[in-house]
Design a protein around this ligand. Structure first.
Ligand code: 9MR
Length: 823
């Protein structure tokens, strides 16, 4: 399409003052902000007052932050594409990009502003100030944020140290663009004259449309000082709230029912500084109240919590929403009603071209494979065997645990989930898992090739695509990436697990899985050190160069399934044998408390050995149980040390890892296993408390789950659930859990959100652009699904002591599987 009419007149107004002297009273406004969210002050301890949103120069300005006067840049973000490198900061009230490496292309170093619609037939005036640390050029443009990158207005400007005002105008002749961006490119050849490092600054940016009037959004209320599980509590299990306060003495609290009647009172426990959150805290233990009802509120010194329920039903729907995540993210099939739940969540089948995917040059193969189907990994459209492995394992473990440990598979059987396979006579949970297993099987190199039996690490787009992209519209070519030992062992392990699960349900599928597993295991032995590399474009790396744990996991699964000596020998000789460690060893997050990640999979072997009735000897089972007890006790101890009572800490550096919420959910999974195997009540209460953190009893006052809580997760990073960037796309369905706080601050949005130096559990913002803190993935929803299923299964467990306080109504409802099976 033709570019729209464009003219630019550069007004070289040499300002009368140096840029340093031009700063208005703004500068850095302190506080009032966490995770990029600004709120009204309610005198919440630790939260400074909101200082007012930066006023756009004109109400007709599409640019939401024109002057940077409050010291922040959002929604402006910086973007570097390797080898481009640098950062952005507010200097003297202007937004500056510091370029350490200008990269190869103009756009390798850029500042950009999204979240605006450029409308057909309207006229726009552009004005901004710009200057640089030395003579260079800048390309300013208004245009599409993704391919084909149509430009509505563009010009290349010469900059030097003198601040100048530039003006331009254009009429939009293209279709409305609801995801347009205003960007300033300063990389590549634009910077041919200037030595690195250099700096380019912009200020007072206007994109005026006389027919547009900015609606001022009311700042949200300050988070309450009394933090609770915003969905609610199970009547018989531990119930805690956290109070954010500097008070040194215990404070009086009241539990009020929906009618405002006091049903329980008490005094807080002073915990003090909670390092991971940076908050001063007290806790409230209201476990003594075992009644049920809706909209309870906890009150401390006139501060009220969000309302919450106390009910055995808290997790009854959530457990299925957590599993529905997988249907919504199926590739290669139409997502339709009634399964999608809402019309707007339906979509045509995505990536049908995955039926014939060629090898990337690095894969050194010349065939094409049908790798259609499976689940998309996350907000991106990649499909990765390594991450698929831990995800299907977790869901299959939920099945095996229900079959052998609690001996109740009813909630997972046919007809329990809203998926197309419902009614086929097979358990719905397994139907969902099979969707991804079938894909993983297709990733194995066919016989007759050099690498036969090995498994391709991943398939994904050649380059990253933009947000606001439905899978069926992805225009990017996709490739098979090289085989890896880790992916091969992921298939060996999970296909062995599947082979035993489907043995009678579907003998043909079971045999196919076992054959693939054995071939994969043999191939991995032949190629024990083929490692996926870190980095890369268009997809995640899932790099892993330590596979002793995967070898053990695969051997353990094959031993359980076949009983064969060769696998037994491999498993029992492994240093991982019967081990469950509370702290990671083999992942890049070594030292962080968690039993497992996609990269550290040794625990999966031991957990499968514990879950299945055979082949462990009684003595070895005992050893594994001791290991389990030790790890579970470490997590219980962590809960006791925390103001937010969550089994998590962040090592000496106090830095939250990428996907920290998944570490917590995996810790809860281990605690759940401990409860069901060791029959010690404290582990059950620990699981409930950890889930309170995920559902709102945390320093961000954030329910990290879509659709649940007074402050639910709303804007996870997802290309299709991208309503936040483009109203033509749907909002996320309920039941998706965010990766959560991540101190790494890897993406431009969190970098611009003023999060630098954030306390570990405050490195979070609920924005779709925040891909390093707010993505969702199959391996994070899996332990969440496991744990919500566990809690629902134990939702009728009575309190440890039958003596409930006078005000408490007796818990109603019949017991589900309140009792863990004894071995
Ligand atoms: O969960 C992954 C995390 O452990 C890694 O540190 C990070 C960077 O390699 O990648 C995460 O996984 C992402 C993957 O690479 C691509 N799809 C989205 C995943 C979640 O953010």
């Amino acid at each position: 399409m033709k570019a729209s009419a464009s003219k630019l007149s550069v007004v070289c107004v040499a300002l009368l003052c140096s840029h340093a002297a031009c700063v208005s009273s703004g500068g850095k406004a302190g506080g009032g902000k966490a995770g990029g969210r600004k709120w009204k002050s309610k005198g919440v301890p630790g939260q400074a007052a909101y200082t007012g949103k930066d006023k756009a120069i004109s109400p007709n300005n599409l640019i939401a932050n024109a002057t940077f006067n409050d010291g922040t840049s959002l929604p402006w973000t910086v973007s570097f594409t390797a080898p481009g490198d640098g950062n952005a900061e507010i200097v003297d009230g202007a937004l500056c990009i510091n370029v350490k490496n200008k990269g190869a292309s103009n756009w390798d170093a850029q500042l950009r502003h999204r979240e605006m619609t450029i409308q057909r037939g309207r006229s726009y005036d552009v004005t901004f100030k710009a200057y640089a640390s030395a003579q260079t050029r800048m390309r300013a443009k208004v245009g599409q944020q993704g391919p084909p990158y149509r430009e509505y207005w563009v010009d290349t400007l010469k900059l030097d140290t003198t601040p100048r005002t530039f003006k331009g105008s254009f009429r939009m002749t293209s279709e409305n663009d609801p995801t347009a961006e205003f960007s300033f490119h300063v990389g590549g050849n634009l910077a041919y004259k200037v030595p690195e490092p250099f700096r380019v600054c912009i200020d007072d940016v206007q994109l005026l449309d006389p027919d547009f009037t900015r609606k001022e959004e009311a700042a949200p209320d300050a988070p309450p000082a009394v933090l609770v599980n915003q969905t609610g509590y199970l009547p018989g299990l531990a119930k805690y709230a956290t109070v954010r306060t500097d008070a040194r003495e215990p404070l009086a609290w009241r539990l009020l029912d929906a009618g405002g009647r006091e049903v329980l009172t008490g005094k807080t426990n002073v915990v003090g500084r909670d390092a991971p959150s940076g908050d001063n805290t007290h806790t409230i233990n209201f476990s003594a109240f075992a009644g049920t009802g809706k909209d309870f509120v906890l009150e401390v010194s006139n501060e009220k919590s969000h309302p919450f329920d106390i009910s055995p039903e808290i997790y009854s729907k959530m457990r299925y929403d957590a599993l529905a995540y997988y249907y919504h993210n199926r590739s290669g099939t139409e997502i339709k009603l009634p399964y999608a739940g809402k019309k707007e969540l339906t979509r045509p089948a995505g990536h049908l071209s995955d039926k014939e995917v060629p090898c990337a040059p690095a894969a050194k193969c010349d065939y094409k494979l049908d790798v259609s189907g499976g689940w998309y990994d996350a907000g991106d459209h990649g499909k990765y065997v390594v991450n698929g492995g831990v995800s299907v394992w977790t869901l299959m473990n939920l099945w095996e645990r229900s079959k052998f440990v609690t001996k109740n598979t009813k909630p997972l059987e046919d007809g329990t989930m809203n998926i197309p396979e419902k009614g086929n006579g097979k358990p719905d949970l397994l139907d969902e898992v099979r969707w991804n297993l079938e894909f993983m099987l297709k990733m194995q190199v066919p016989d007759g090739n050099d690498m036969a039996g090995m498994v391709h690490h991943k398939i994904h787009d050649k380059e990253w695509t933009a947000l606001g992209l439905a899978p069926q519209d992805d225009p990017m070519p996709r490739f098979l990436y090289p085989v890896s030992t880790a992916a091969t062992l992921n298939l060996a392990a999970t296909a062995a697990q599947a082979a035993r699960i489907w043995k009678t349900l579907d003998p043909e599928f079971s045999a196919r899985c076992l054959d693939a597993s054995v071939r994969a295991y043999e191939a991995a032995q032949k190629h024990p050190a083929m490692f996926a590399k870190p980095g890369g474009l268009g997809g995640g790396p899932y790099d892993d160069d330590h596979v002793e744990d995967e070898f053990y996991w695969a051997a353990a699964e094959l031993w359980i399934t076949t009983g064969k000596g060769e696998y037994k020998d491999a498993a029992t000789r492994s240093p991982n044998y019967l081990k469950l460690s509370a702290y990671l060893k083999d992942a890049k997050e070594a030292g962080i408390p968690s039993p497992l990640t996609w990269q550290d999979t040794g625990a999966l072997g031991t957990l499968s050995l514990l879950t299945n009735p055979a082949p462990l000897s009684a003595a070895d089972r005992k050893r594994a149980e001791e290991s389990l007890r030790e790890a579970a006790n470490a997590y219980v101890q962590l809960i006791e040390q925390r103001g937010y009572r969550v089994p998590m800490s962040y090592g000496n550096t106090n830095k939250a890892p990428w996907g920290s919420n998944s570490f917590i959910n995996n810790n809860l999974l281990l605690l759940g296993v401990a409860y069901e195997h060791l029959n010690d009540r404290k582990y059950l209460d620990a699981v409930a408390q950890g889930m309170d953190y995920i559902l709102g009893r945390n320093a961000m006052d954030q329910s990290y789950v879509t659709g649940y809580g007074d402050r639910p997760l709303v804007n996870p990073h997802h290309r299709f659930w991208s309503y936040q960037v483009d109203k033509r796309f749907p909002k996320a369905p309920p039941g998706a859990v965010s990766g959560g706080p991540n101190s790494g601050l890897e993406d431009p949005y969190v970098q611009a959100a003023g999060l630098a130096g954030c306390a570990a559990e405050k490195c979070f913002v609920d924005n779709i652009e925040a891909w390093s803190a707010n993505e969702i993935t199959i391996n994070w929803n899996a332990p969440f699904a496991w744990v919500t299923a566990f809690l629902d299964d134990h939702s009728h467990t009575p309190p440890p002591s039958k003596a409930a306080p006078a005000a408490a109504a007796p818990a109603k409802g019949k017991a589900k599987t309140a009792r863990p099976a004894k071995r």
